[in-house]
Design a protein around this ligand. Sequence first.
Ligand SMILES: *Cc1c(COP(=O)(O)O)cnc(C)c1O
Length: 410
Amino acid sequence: MKKTGFTTTALNVPYAKHDPHKALQMPLYESVAYEFDSAEQIEANFRGEYIAHVYSRTASPTVEYFELKLKALTQSSGVIAVSSGMAAITNTIMALTKTGDNIISGNRLFGHSFALLQNTLSEFGLETRFSDLSSAEEIEKLIDKNTRAIYFETVTNPQLDIADIEMLSRVAKKHNLVLVADSTITPPNVFSGGKFGVNIEVMSTTKYISGGATSFGGAIVDHGNFDWNRNPNTASYTEKFKDNAFLIKVRKNVYRNTGGSMAPQTARFQIQGLDILELRVEKCYQNCLALGEFMKAHPRIKKVSYPGLETDERYPLAQKYFNGIPGTIMSFELESKAACYTFMNKLQIIRRATNLNDNKSLIIHPHSTIYAEFTEEERIAARINDRMMRLSVGIENVDDIIADIEAALK
Ligand SMILES: *Cc1c(COP(=O)(O)O)cnc(C)c1O
């Protein structure tokens, strides 16, 4: 088929198998197990010669369709859907490493990702070497013979810094490391990791892809651009599974055995989420631009941060990697913490909540919440002050969001 635009593609990805009713929406297959016609057919399935669903912890039809759709939309070689963003990250790192190995990671991460690397996986003998990932030289100093991957977030939150992805890709290639990007903030209609040398993308599909905070999910996307012989923990899978070595290892040796499968109901929501993803992102982006102009002109707003604004110093990187749309999260500052609280408490349309990329606009004061467990020194190092708020911009009519902010600033 001719290459089509993002939404057209989303709406026309074929099912893996013919639907007997020709249903236009992928049905919700809620079944634990699937029947075979004969003992011989089951045997053929277990030998890998007859492909069919067996038991839904490993794979199921509705989840499989979500995976196929996301595969088409990321133009990748394969996708595994899991129960949450954290499950996607955990499964990926467990498949790439073993006890005694290390990875290099950005030091400004989603809080639970940081905790996973720092506290959880370290107890199983995986070391994480944190870096701000701004200098190839500094990164290379951290690499040794047991380093397996470089892990980073495309856009950090709430700082909204953009990774130097091409530099990271050069370093990763030179040292046979897998380049893993958490691209949650920059969904597949604005970011194609494979184009910039990212090998594996992990996503919290809970955010944008769920279609508006409908359900928890995660995805692992393999761009098919890493030779899995070069990682000692995937090499033994390459003879039999070739380019699929990594995803097969995830599915057979990590995901299935650790039990983090996506529920079919979730997949149903998220399939719909992909159909309307581009529309929603575009609307949120237009709202961000209008809000940016409004905020810059307002005398009480001290600082507005959104790398999608032409005046932002990170705008050229936003253009290069994300077609100018570096996600749709903004931050801004008032004169004091007390002013932020008064402002937040007056809001009528923007909701006070921690989530991102809902259909609703959500606001939070990071210093007192997401960074509550940090020392003041650590917060300063992460550029978090108590005058700053994070706004995840929704799809409301922008005049109403602006009016809400204007009234709350009075
Ligand atoms: C939310 C988030 C996660 C974790 O995803 P869950 O679906 O909540 O498990 C990971 N990374 C980033 C960047 C996120 O925003």
